[in-house]
Design a protein around this ligand. Structure first.
Ligand code: HEC
Length: 347
């Protein structure tokens, strides 16, 4: 008599553990399948969308879209097709990741192939909203080129995020230009944007944005900084720091920065939120997560918003755009750095 309940209890336990086991097995299976898909989607956005479009619309209609399985797509992603401008990803991804990417693009290309607008191919003519242009390789062998300006005589100045500045002249890349300050060349930090003063021909000012570096024992602190200098031969001289973001932090990401001049004596640029979007941009007591407008020598224009607010740095984009019902982005795109928005906000 006494045996019965014990047996049924142990049976219940057995069944329950079996079910838990089965349950966790299926959720694990589902989870990893979901994870693979998510990772493929993320990899696509980070590595492919720039050429193939965020919605996979920039592919040419080709055989790989019609094949059973994903072998053609897999091979193209892995080995690349150099002559048509498709890079190889075998050093970037494992075979499993490439398989997931192949499946992702195969599944994601629009059914209606007439919606496709193929990616830019070398030598092909591209029509953008405002310009027709041809894509060609001018300089190769650079590590993450970040900023680029044309000097009046046609040479290029090129910054590499890893902290080197080169002059590209008559098909040749110069030795690194000397005289750059110390930088935090980690993560998204390093040597960033370049800009020439609108009157560069007469005053020679080159504006150089970078992530500063201040070490305290083991710790490194940094923020977005702008130096202006003149180039004499292969060296920077007459160096002046016209802007230094505040406060510095140990984070090595979200520095910004693009610089633009309005031709009326002002420079505009964005200081990134330094990875703290929840606090820095919300307050006026720091420079981070804001668009700044300074005189070209780094002084603060007397007609800046909040100029009389004690302890305030420049102005806050969010507050400002609420007022002006428009946005001001640090970019040279014709629609973004729009001074009508700026002056409307001030009026
Ligand atoms: C630098 C630009 C660029 C990047 C980045 C790029 N592709 Fe391509 N890819 C091309 C071009 C150009 C083609 C040729 C035109 C076409 O077939 O759409 C191409 C072709 C392809 C093809 C078809 C190849 C064939 O067999 O004909 C696949 C599949 C493909 N890309 C997948 C990817 C995936 C996945 C990524 C990201 C991991 C990626 N591409 C990143 C430019 C790029």
């Amino acid at each position: 008599m006494k045996m019965k309940p014990i047996i049924s209890l142990s049976l219940i336990i057995l069944v329950t553990t079996g079910m838990i086991g089965l349950y966790s097995f299926t959720t694990d299976g589902l989870k990893s399948e979901l994870q693979v898909q998510r990772t493929a989607a993320m990899n696509y956005q980070n590595f492919c969308a720039g050429c193939h479009g965020a919605n996979l619309e920039k592919f040419a209609a080709k055989a790989w879209m019609e094949e059973k399985g994903n072998v053609l797509a897999f091979n193209s992603i892995k080995s690349g097709i150099e002559k048509i401008g498709m890079p190889s990803f075998q050093k970037t991804f494992s075979d499993t990741e490439i398989e997931a990417l192949a499946a992702y693009v195969k599944k994601g290309v629009p059914e209606d192939k007439s919606l496709l607008k193929p990616a830019v191919t070398p030598g092909g003519i591209v029509e953008s909203e405002v310009q027709r242009f041809v894509v060609d390789t001018v300089v190769s062998g650079l590590k993450v080129p970040w900023g680029l300006v044309f000097l009046p005589e046609g040479d290029l100045l090129i910054s590499e995020r890893s902290g080197t500045l080169h002059r590209f002249s008559k098909g040749k890349l110069s030795a690194p230009i000397e005289g750059l300050p110390p930088m935090m060349t980690v993560g998204q930090g390093g040597l960033l944007d370049l800009a020439l003063h609108p009157d560069y021909k007469n005053n020679g000012w080159i504006y150089i944005a970078y992530s500063s570096l201040r070490s305290e024992g083991e710790k490194n602190f940094s923020n977005t900084t702008i130096l202006r200098a003149r180039m004499k031969g292969n060296k920077l001289e007459d160096k002046q720091i016209i802007y230094h973001g505040n406060p510095e932090t140990e984070r090595n990401y979200h520095f910004g920065i693009k610089m633009a001049f309005d031709g009326k004596g002002h420079i505009f640029f964005g200081n990134g939120d330094r990875g703290q979007h929840f606090d820095f941009p919300q307050k006026l007591d720091n420079t981070n997560g804001k668009i700044h407008r300074l005189n070209d020598d780094g002084t603060v224009p007397a007609d800046n918003p909040f100029v009389n607010t004690p302890g305030c740095y420049s102005f806050n984009l969010e507050l400002w755009s609420q007022k002006s019902a428009g946005y001001l982005y640090p970019s040279c795109h014709r629609r973004t750095l729009d001074y009508r928005t700026w002056s409307k906000g001030r009026g």
